[in-house]
Ligand binder design. Structure first.
Ligand code: SIN
Length: 321
């Protein structure tokens, strides 16, 4: 059996497969589909200091190859998360990430400080990049300075490992990744959804009530993979890949591009049992390809020149068929 363990900064994951924030409940809602102990970790929906009702409906719109959402960070707020959700997570035999949000850098830090005392939380993912609030202006994700300011305050507020979730809707993503690394992040998640729009030309009605929303699903995989690669080559902290992942092959592509772990998101809406199957497929595919450990694939992307016959890549591609 191949060894799927990966080391994500200070965290040990039993495999590189994580749920993506907002697609897999807050905690253990999906445990009947995939037992948490099968996964590398669970990532919560964003938790904000106060309850948020979210955006007006419609908030979800399917397109040809993906999903546009405009949820608007609906959640019951930090008090309810601590009182109701975290006690149920205490026994979860997996790494628990709480994804946190706020309307100012100080609010992010307040949430982090409160969760610092919570044993059920293993790590924080800082949602710098929700495109569905503030009219899609992404105030924390679009410059190295603004991203670093949030991360620095969160760093000062907690000793838990922190991962900054970045946006694809920027130029110079590598600079932003470097800035959050310097501000004390233990890793980055690359990436959140792409700003997108869908409209019915007959009625003029947009797919979501906020007109624009965040695009996810298979269509974004090549874009998100490139973003993850750009982050991985820009920083020395680990990168968690996210965007369009639906199969074990997708996970392995993200590892080769430089990621240490990979989140499954939109595909879980159609098939909540998918993460468990992806883990099983990872085992099988690596065994078939003669790869002993998932970790050895991380960052092994070639330089783009055609490989000479018999290269590792050619061998793996053949074995994976
Ligand atoms: C949302 O709640 O609108 C989606 C969360 C996100 O994209 O960060």
């Amino acid at each position: 059996m191949p060894d799927l363990k990966v080391k994500l900064g200070p965290l040990e994951l039993r495999n590189p497969v994580l749920s993506a924030s907002g697609t897999y409940g807050h905690g253990l809602e999906m445990c009947h589909f995939t037992p948490p102990e099968r996964l590398g970790g669970l990532v919560s929906k964003t938790v904000t200091p106060r309850p948020r009702p979210g955006n007006a409906a419609p908030r979800i719109c399917e397109t040809e190859a993906g999903l546009i959402n405009s949820i608007g960070l609906e959640n019951r707020g930090l008090d309810a998360y601590v009182a109701d959700t975290l006690p149920t997570m205490a026994g979860a035999d997996t790494v628990v990430f709480t994804n946190i949000g706020g309307e100012s850098p100080e609010e992010f830090a307040d949430v982090a400080a409160r969760l610092d005392a919570e044993e059920a939380v293993d790590a924080l993912e800082i949602n710098l990049s929700c495109p569905n609030v503030d009219g899609g202006r992404l105030p924390f994700a679009t410059s190295p300075e603004s991203a670093a300011r949030v991360v620095a305050l969160v760093r000062a507020a907690t000793e838990k490992p922190i991962f900054a979730k970045l946006s694809p809707n920027v130029a110079g993503l590598g600079d932003i990744a470097r800035a959050v690394e310097e501000a004390g992040a233990d890793g980055v998640t690359a990436v959140n959804t792409l700003l997108a729009l869908s409209v019915d030309w007959r009625t003029g009605q947009p797919g979501v009530a906020t007109v624009q929303g965040g695009y996810s699903g298979p269509a974004i995989k090549p874009v998100a993979l490139r973003c993850a690669w750009e982050c991985a080559r820009s920083v020395s902290i680990p990168v968690i890949g996210c965007g369009g992942v639906a199969t074990a092959d997708d996970v392995l592509e993200y590892l080769v591009a430089g990621c240490t772990a990979v989140q499954l998101g939109t595909a879980c809406f159609a098939d909540p049992a998918l993460p468990g199957r992806v883990v099983a497929d990872l085992d099988r595919k690596l065994a078939e390809a003669g790869v002993a450990t998932a970790a050895e694939l991380i960052g092994t992307i070639a330089d783009g020149r055609p490989a000479a016959g018999g290269s590792r890549d050619a061998h793996l591609q053949e074995a994976a068929r």
